[in-house]
Design a protein around this ligand. Sequence first.
Ligand code: NAD
Length: 499
Amino acid sequence: MKLKGNYYNGNFHISNQGDEHFKKHCPADLNQILWEFQEDCSQIDSIIDSAIAGFKTWKQTPLKNRMECIKRYALAIEKRKEEIARALSLEVGKPLWESLTEASGVIAKVNVTLEESLKRIENTHYQNIMPQINGQVNFKPIGPSIVIGPFNFPCHLPNGQILSLLLAGNSIIFKPSEKTVYSAQLLIECFHEAQFPAGVINFFCGGAAGTQRFTRHPDIKGIFFTGSKPVGLKILESTYRDLNKLVALELGGKNSSIVHSDASQVHAVSELIKASFLTSGQRCTSSGNILVHRSLFDSFSKLFKETIDRIIVDHPITHKVIPFMGPLIDEDAVKKFQSYIQRLEKSGAEQFIAPREIKTSFEGHYCSPVVHTLQNYDAKKHEIIGEERFAPHTTLIAYDDIDEALSIANSSEFGLAAAIFTQDEKIFQHAANTLDVGIFNRNRSTVGASSKLPFGGVKNSGNYRPAAVSMIDACVYPQATLETADASSHIHDLPGLRE
Ligand code: NAD
């Protein structure tokens, strides 16, 4: 994988000198080095200047032309879909079938943004909003914005924010996770091919120190961040004094799925296998806790275990049988997973499915699905179940009463997603009213959202600027105008003037 460096003023700028060195091993095959690069912070000022110049051009560019550029980008992605998917599989470790879904999602997002998001920021006119006066709201772009991406969806998530920003007239600087730079670079190459005006699209490869130079810079007006709560907080802490800045945070989650007494168990198991173990549990919407009504706890657990035993974990591309999941992203993730298991067991949770050795032809960060059970949940003793863990793990928790289940689900510091499996409309409505989450599904897994709906959480999962279809709302500000057609006012009409 050949890295080309940062992108600004319409070109890539490779640098062999820099501040920090990054080296990427394929998580599915540690003997394969994918790429190395030097973070070059000396280019940061040039990148910001480029984004400022790009914004000046782009905000004056007619919407029709902006839309044409974006459509050309979709065509460029379409041509390189397989290549993008392979890169995602090697960098993140997700199976090729899943990476192809992500690459297709990048293209699909173009249509959703054009057809569904754009209408949210259409200018509005009000005839005679006051006597003889017309009103108008124009939505204006906020300015050069940085999009900071996570490792688990290196293309799909930043792509959604970038498209909304661009369509609304903002220039962008894309800062991908330092773990997935090559997949991100492929998106930039497609933007390049689509011939956006110079400076509209910019790209910075680097880590925390370099990124902070952007987020703190007074000319960067928008910060669109997807990642962990601790990093999101750091961004807020370092920017809150600058009232010019709009900060949109899409953060973590510790999501509960509830399997109520009337649920179809086969259906629930099939959905919850996806919810718990897709992307090896490295999804912000993964179900890390499954709350099961005590009347079906044993039968549900048995079926869940039988299905988990059939899960294939292997190299995402080179395998004999298509795997359900690949490795974790890096060694640190594996260590954090092991430590979580130890702490969970110390809190009293019982091991239900133990970690097993994964037999593959490669040395990688492979982990098998692990499940614990809790028969008697205690809020103080089992506080750890509210902690996010990006790994193939879930805890099955028995409950007797629906309000007990809802209270367990709400005990997490996060409020991203939840699901309930029930045929009972009243139970569903009661849960929807009670749960403090931004995404709430019925008889469906917590993972796998629709781009046509808002996507975001409350509590420590975000700051009320949901992504997907509604992301565009945060990419503009409304300018309100009152316009008098009749310019015949006279000074005589003013009250309180001396003769
Ligand atoms: P992370 O927070 O470690 O890193 C995210 C990005 O922040 C990376 O690009 C990183 O380089 C950058 N970064 C690190 N320190 C920074 C700093 N001080 N200032 C600015 N940027 C900085 O997250 P990750 O491990 O890549 O992704 C996993 C996390 O993302 C999980 O918590 C997951 O729940 C969350 N996530 C949330 C959503 C969502 O839509 N809510 C989606 C995907 C992932």
